[in-house]
Design a protein around this ligand. Structure first.
Ligand SMILES: [Zn+2]
Ligand SMILES: [Zn+2]
Length: 372
């Protein structure tokens, strides 16, 4: 790990696919009108960061400062700046922001297709900004929020650690559950007990569903169990269908939501859905390869609805924070920040990344200013 010795804010830089992360000092940014400089409290390592390091996500302008979700205190503002709700943003406030910005609201995707997450102008902190542009990623002691970034204060009962425990997974889960039109009394199977899977379980639970979470990782099944979910333990049997039918007295799921990132999970997931049910894919934000399905048996004869889920809009972020404010967030009442997170200082970011890659932890949180 390289640390240069000027005194500006330290940030973790990924120079290219397969490269280790190195730490570098950057010049403290000049905050222009409408911008906000954050003193970072927490950021996170998610599966997408692993894929970015492996070069599996197209269009990443290496070198980058990774980390798309973060929370921090306001260090400086460029004049009067307001949150999305219109509240003034003042030095010392604890705020977070939607990583997605620069959506144009005037292109075909935005205006005709009403699919703003497909807007070609869209930029994402920690993903689609080069580190040559400045501190535009979360694995950094400071983050510069440009003047078009949607910023919000955290509600009083959402601690920064709880917010980051939900992280990017929670709004992604809100979007996936919305796509699956999950409703009261539905049986929902979530494939994968990583952060997206667990958050999907939480959102589906609050939508009134009976939730079963499938995985084969002991660490992740333990987290699902601790949060109070029924589990389908694929380490004891790879026949998810018989595990589900045993748990439900022969019923299949109204909705199955894939959150594994593994192409081989698709056929198995489809087999768990009842006729005329819905199958939502959310775990394939990067290209993990192909799989084979039978169009007659798996889609047409089954009268199946298959839905993708690309990115999030501010509304999903807003709903996720509202959900995080609930007192009884999980079926067991255990706090997600206690059950899901492992905290690493910024200089241990390579270890955090490899622990996520090897699924040794559920959610790796980066404490950017551990010396505070
Ligand atoms: Zn993410
Ligand atoms: Zn657009």
């Amino acid at each position: 790990m390289v640390v240069t010795n000027n005194s500006g804010p330290l940030a973790a830089v990924l120079t290219g696919p397969g490269e280790p992360i190195t730490l570098h000092n950057f010049a403290k940014p000049n905050v222009k009108r409408g911008e906000v400089l954050l003193h970072t409290m927490y950021s996170e390592v998610c599966g997408t960061d692993v894929h970015i390091q492996q070069g599996k996500l197209a269009g990443v302008p290496y070198p980058i400062i990774p980390g798309h979700f973060a929370v921090g205190t306001v260090e400086e503002t460029g004049g009067d700046v307001q949150s999305v709700s219109g509240r003034p943003i003042i030095r010392g406030d604890i705020v977070t922001f939607l990583d997605v910005h620069a959506t144009c609201h005037r292109c075909w995707q935005c205006q005709v297709n009403k699919a703003p997450t497909k807007c070609p102008s869209r930029k994402v902190y920690g993903v689609s900004h080069s580190s040559n542009e400045g501190l535009l990623g979360g694995w950094s002691e400071m983050i510069l929020l440009q003047n078009d970034v949607a910023i919000t204060h955290l509600p009083e009962n959402v601690s920064p650690l709880r917010f980051i425990a939900g992280g990017c997974a929670m709004p992604t889960a809100v979007h996936a559950v919305e796509r699956g039109k999950v409703g009261l009394g539905d049986i929902v199977v979530v494939q994968g007990a990583g952060p997206v899977g667990l958050c999907t379980g939480i959102v589906a639970y609050h939508s009134g569903a009976r939730v079963l979470i499938a995985d084969k990782s002991t660490v992740r099944l333990e987290a699902a169990h601790t949060l109070g979910f029924e589990v389908l333990d694929l380490s004891t049997s790879d026949n998810a269908q018989s595990l589900l039918e045993y748990a439900t007295q022969g019923q299949r799921a109204d909705v199955v939501i894939e959150a594994t990132g593994s192409p081989s999970a698709i056929q198995s997931g489809i087999s768990l859905v009842r006729d005329a049910g819905r199958y939502v894919v959310v775990g394939h934000y990067s290209d993990a390869g192909s799989t084979t399905i039978n169009p007659h048996l798996d889609i047409n004869k089954k009268h199946l609805e298959i839905l993708g889920t690309w990115g999030v809009e501010y509304i999903h972020f807003h709903k996720a924070i509202g959900l995080l404010a609930r007192k009884e967030l999980t079926p067991s009442g255990i706090k997600i920040e206690d059950a899901m997170t492992t905290i690493y200082p910024l200089h241990e970011v390579n270890k955090a990344l490899s622990d996520v890659r090897e699924r040794r932890v559920v959610k790796a949180v980066i404490c950017a200013n551990s010396g505070d």
